[in-house]
Design a binder for this molecule. Structure first.
Ligand code: MG
Length: 204
């Protein structure tokens, strides 16, 4: 089983529940419709990796940086910076045909996380930043989300059991793009302008 690091302890999530189309800016850049209901998909435990790849079997990978939450006792327990890696061309083909996205979203190495750290008292001020080779590429936060984290938990819990250690990925702001070999990705979670946790990967 793959693990994530939660306040220094290894945790093995049973699943990662991902929200799609949660920021207006990203819906616009992909030319998607704003959904009438929250868009949800899953990555399995086997998707978790510490290695950022620019491609898999010659298929280029695209990055989506996301605020990620650990679930404990049915509630948000900790926060991390995460990358939802996507085979974008394949996802577009599958979407057009009305087929499931797993081939484009749930492959091995499609979910990367920083360490998970304690939530601030007021999680509504949480934000993320992604820098690639020092350049700010993505910035977003709870205040820009269509579905904020607490309502995501509520909505998912209507039809699916969230187990302790499961991870929720809350969608990506505008600015997604391709990962290129050798690029340095630096992600951070901020609260009230202060860095709560940060992480860096160099793309292989
Ligand atoms: Mg995503």
């Amino acid at each position: 089983m793959q693990t994530i690091l939660v306040r220094g302890q290894s945790v093995s999530p049973s699943k990662i529940v991902c929200v799609g189309r949660n920021y207006a800016g990203h819906i616009e850049e992909l030319g998607n419709e704003t959904p009438a209901e929250m868009v949800v998909f899953i990555k399995p435990n086997s998707a978790i990796s510490d290695i950022l790849r620019s491609q898999i079997a010659e298929t280029p990978l695209h990055f989506e940086s996301e605020l990620c939450f650990l679930v404990m006792a049915g509630r948000l327990g900790a926060v991390a910076f995460g990358l939802d890696l996507t085979k974008r061309d394949l996802q577009s083909t599958l979407k057009c045909k009305g087929l499931p996205w797993e081939r484009a979203k749930a492959f091995d190495g499609s979910a990367l996380f920083s360490q998970f750290v304690a939530l601030p008292t007021d999680p509504t001020g949480l934000a993320l930043q992604l820098r690639v080779d020092g350049e700010l590429r993505q910035a977003g936060g709870v205040d820009m989300m269509i579905y904020p984290p607490n309502s995501i938990v509520e909505e998912i819990s209507r039809f699916m059991t969230l187990e302790d250690g499961d991870v929720i990925m809350t969608g990506t702001p505008a600015g997604v793009g391709r990962v290129h070999t050798g690029e340095r990705f630096e992600g951070s979670v901020l609260a009230g302008g202060e860095v709560l946790v940060d992480v860096a990967w160099v793309a292989q």
